[in-house]
Design a protein around this ligand. Structure first.
Ligand code: GCV
Length: 831
């Protein structure tokens, strides 16, 4: 039974809507630490941001400690918590001296005395800093840290810490996996912006200070006069949390909606149009953050139409924003998606550096080049983009992807912080010295006035924001890294788990261990050794699709053939991409021996028999990593089950269902990739696993009534390359076979396809006894039989005897013809 509770508690159902701001009651022993917390709070100032700080503090303390802080207008004759900027506190606490390390947006938690009483002071140079300091204090209490004798100054690493949302005005979200937009529906801003306000609160709690609301594939209508008052409503709910809103814009807007016959950035009428538009926006949203631009990329219009450079396009818009203090984020994700794949010198990875490095110094000071972390596109493993090191006189920001487009779409667990840490810590030696990416993007290396972090978040209306309850760690971690990239992945995981699930050591250790291992595990059963993407890039970017990234213009190649795999990007014999790095880094990647195994296939084309640093051949590594990764993914289920009763039932069940699905889908990945490379290379797995599946019975080899054998394209997306489907005219089909093994207890996995075009029903019978039945109603991408839609049902605890008939009945629905792939039998504990 789920308890209905007013506040979070281990036994209460939780939706995840509170994210990491649950303020769950501490148990008596934990709460004791805060017995001496003052009973009053005094706010110096009265802005929306400061009022948020005060009310949030009261809310948090009430939730965690069960006490309601008294709001006082003036300093009381007792201990108090004091909130205010340094300027505002000056008269009451003249002894407070601004700490040298404190800058804009930073905060200071310290102690002071008033009327002879101790005060806990939360102060900053800015009101936003006070808000951040208040969240930091609540976080400490929530994680049960001591707050005695606090004297702590925290300063964010970079001034710009933004999220981008790829929300469309119709309410859909490009690469969003958790429901529709919290901002838009049916071409307008939603009437109810409660979730938008809640989101701004979550963002503020980790120091995020800007949010671009709409898809970078921008709909120009967002700029129309009638739309701006609607956007102003979103700004109104964001403002109390110190988060500026921004918009993605199409550079051809002057022509599309502005009535001009051109969008040439050098045409004075175009410059004037942008100026008028910016002025109009700022009249309604005075704290508007600025624009994001995607141009000359993936079919978007751009300055190349007029022979102009990205600098020309960026500056004309930036100049319109400049008088108002706005920023123009120009995305460096500019490439040709019609590359000639037969030309081995062509290389999409080169595009960003080739385009933008020559323009270094040509961008205005309020332009920020927004650069994806790797040179391709958010893959599970890429080297760091060399462009970070190629800009000395241009502001830059790193773009990270919180929404897991290529990393499991929030159906798979994949904690991305360890990957981002590797990127941020990577030393590009850009200045001939040490220049880690985190310093370059913060503007520290080349003393740039601006810079920072952008995370593509794509939260949706699902109660828990990102779909998978454990995926919120990526949003949290993004904010924490943008604030302090020196934090370790372990520290971030631990913070998030404590805030999200409480301080039970077993819960913390288990979830942290799962999170911290998850990126490598995902990489292992999907695309190891930097082999570009093996994901279905011509479909939903989800399941395996090895062929989809070859022989087309998208340029996400891995160049596998009978003899070898990998893209030669060396200067000596390849595409020359390696030459975009500074000499010490280029030297490393230019040689096979200097390149780390994890990136080998990104930089080099090698035979399958090439021996890695690890001592394995490439082909055997591909096989082994897929088997090991899939096995580790299935272990998540056991790890999570050890927490039953220690986390609330609702989130427990939600996570368990996703992990069970992931365990099955990891096998789909394993088999598809391993069989592909077995076929292409002709080299068998030394351990004999690939292509041999004891206990597996293909549906097409069963006795079929009604069902017909159907080819699956590409063949590696189904076991044996085939499935069975129930033809249009039938309402019921059957597949059966006789069990021939030894009598005993068994588990059966039924692998089937769940398409979005219907909800088939399945029944499984042993003899005449039904042992399971279900409806195929999972929300999976894909309209056709493919690895994207492949899913399994596990039936446990079956007593089977030789000669038993195992029968699966399929009842199709709509376009989904009850498709079946195989069944696989195993004894408990065998897998
Ligand atoms: C918004 C990838 C995604 C696109 C996305 C693009 C981008 O190609 O698949 O959906 O477009 O990146 O970052 O602009």
């Amino acid at each position: 039974m789920l308890l209905e509770c007013v506040q979070p508690h281990p036994l209460c159902a939780e939706t995840g809507a509170e994210g990491w701001l649950r303020y769950a009651p501490l148990d008596a022993a934990q709460a004791e630490k805060y017995n001496s917390l003052p009973a009053s709070v005094v706010l110096f100032g009265n802005s929306g941001v400061l009022e948020s700080a005060q009310s949030e503090l009261i809310r948090g303390v009430r939730g965690m400690l069960g006490r309601t802080l008294r709001k006082e207008q003036v300093l009381p004759r007792e201990k108090a918590i004091v909130l205010g900027t340094l300027d505002a506190l000056h008269d009451a606490f003249p002894e407070l001296r601004e700490p040298p390390a404190l800058g804009k947006d930073g905060y200071w938690l310290t102690a002071g005395r008033s009327h002879g009483f101790d005060c806990l002071i939360i102060t900053a140079k800015t009101e936003r800093g006070v808000l951040y300091g208040m969240f930091a204090l609540l976080s400490k209490i929530s994680r049960n840290e001591s707050i005695v004798a606090l004297d702590e100054v925290q300063q964010p690493s970079a001034p710009l810490r933004w999220v981008d949302e790829w929300d469309n005005l119709d309410g859909s979200i490009e690469r969003g996996y958790a429901g529709n937009s919290i901002f838009f529906e049916k071409g307008a801003v939603r009437a109810d912006l409660t979730r938008a306000g809640d989101y701004a609160r979550l963002l503020a709690s980790v120091g995020i200070n800007g949010c671009a609301l709409n898809n970078v594939n921008a709909d120009p209508h967002a700029l129309e006069a009638g739309f701006l008052p609607q956007l102003a409503r979103i700004a109104d709910v964001f403002r109390p949390w110190g988060v500026q809103i921004a918009l993605s814009v199409d550079v051809s807007s002057p022509k599309l909606i502005g009535g001009l016959d051109t969008f040439d950035p050098l045409d004075p009428r175009v410059a004037d149009w942008w100026k008028q538009k910016a002025d109009e926006i700022y009249r309604q949203i005075p704290d508007f953050g600025g624009f994001v631009v995607k141009a000359d990329s993936e079919g978007r219009a751009g300055p190349s139409s007029y022979g102009r450079t990205p600098a020309g396009a960026a500056n004309v818009i930036a100049r319109a924003l400049q008088p108002h203090g706005g920023y123009l984020f120009y995305r460096a994700f500019v490439y040709d998606h019609h590359l000639d794949w037969t030309n081995l010198k062509n290389d999409r990875a080169r595009a960003a550096y080739d385009t933008f490095h020559p323009l270094d110094g040509k961008f205005d000071d309020n332009v920020i080049l927004q650069i994806k972390y790797g040179p391709i596109d958010f893959q599970v493993r890429e080297p760091v983009s060399p462009l970070f090191g190629g800009l000395e006189k241009t502001n830059q920001a790193i773009e990270l992807q919180i929404t897991q487009e290529y990393t499991g779409q929030q159906r798979h667990l994949c904690f991305l912080i360890p990957m981002w840490k590797e990127t941020l810590d990577f030393d590009l030696h850009a200045n001939g010295n040490s220049s880690p990416v985190k310093d370059l993007v913060a503007g520290k290396t080349f003393h740039r006035p601006m810079g920072g972090f952008v995370g593509v978040a794509n939260v949706g209306l699902d109660a828990n924001w990102l779909g998978h309850p454990l995926a919120m760690a990526n949003l949290y971690g993004f904010g924490r890294l943008a604030w302090n990239p020196d934090l370790s992945a372990q520290a971030i995981a631990e913070e998030w788990t404590r805030l999200t699930f409480g301080n039970d050591p077993q819960v913390v250790q288990t979830i942290d261990a799962m999170q911290l291992a998850s990126w490598r595990i995902y990489e292992d059963y999907t695309g190891p050794l930097g082999a570009g993407t093996l994901t279905n890039i011509l479909g939903p970017h989800y399941g395996p699709g090895v062929e989809s990234s070859e022989r087309n213009g998208w340029g996400m190649w891995h160049r596998d053939d009978h003899d070898g795999i990998g893209v030669d990007r060396t200067v000596a014999t390849g595409t020359g991409f390696v030459g975009q790095y500074s000499p010490p880094v280029a030297k490393l990647y230019e040689s096979v021996s200097g390149t780390p195994d994890q990136l080998l296939l990104f930089f080099h084309h090698v035979p399958y028999t090439h021996v890695l640093h690890s001592g394995k051949t490439v082909i055997q590594y591909i096989y082994d990593s897929h088997y090991e990764g899939a096995e580790k993914a299935s272990n998540y289920v056991l790890q999570w089950q050890s927490l039953k009763g220690r986390v609330d039932d609702q989130r427990y069940a939600d996570v368990l269902a996703r992990l069970e699905y992931q365990a099955g889908h990891a096998i789909v990945w394993r088999d598809a990739v391993c069989n592909w490379f077995l076929r292409v290379s002709g080299i068998p797995d030394t351990k004999g696993r690939v292509g041999n599946y004891p206990g597996r019975v293909e549906a097409e080899s069963m006795q079929l009534q009604g069902y017909v054998s159907t080819d699956v394209v590409p063949p590696e997306d189904a076991s044996g390359g085939k499935a069975v489907t129930c033809p249009e005219q039938l309402q019921r089909c059957e597949a059966s076979y006789q069990f021939k093994g030894a009598a005993g207890w068994y588990e059966i996995d039924v692998e089937y396809f769940d398409l979005s075009s219907g909800q088939s029903r399945f029944r499984v019978l042993v003899g005449d006894q039904e042992v399971d039945e279900w409806t195929a109603d999972a929300q999976l991408p894909g309209m056709k039989l493919s690895a994207d839609s492949s899913i399994r049902r596990r039936i446990t605890g079956l007593a089977l005897r030789p000669g038993d008939e195992i029968r699966i009945e399929g009842y199709p629905d709509g376009g989904e013809r009850a498709p079946l792939d195989y069944v696989e039998l195993s004894t408990p504990g065998q897998r």
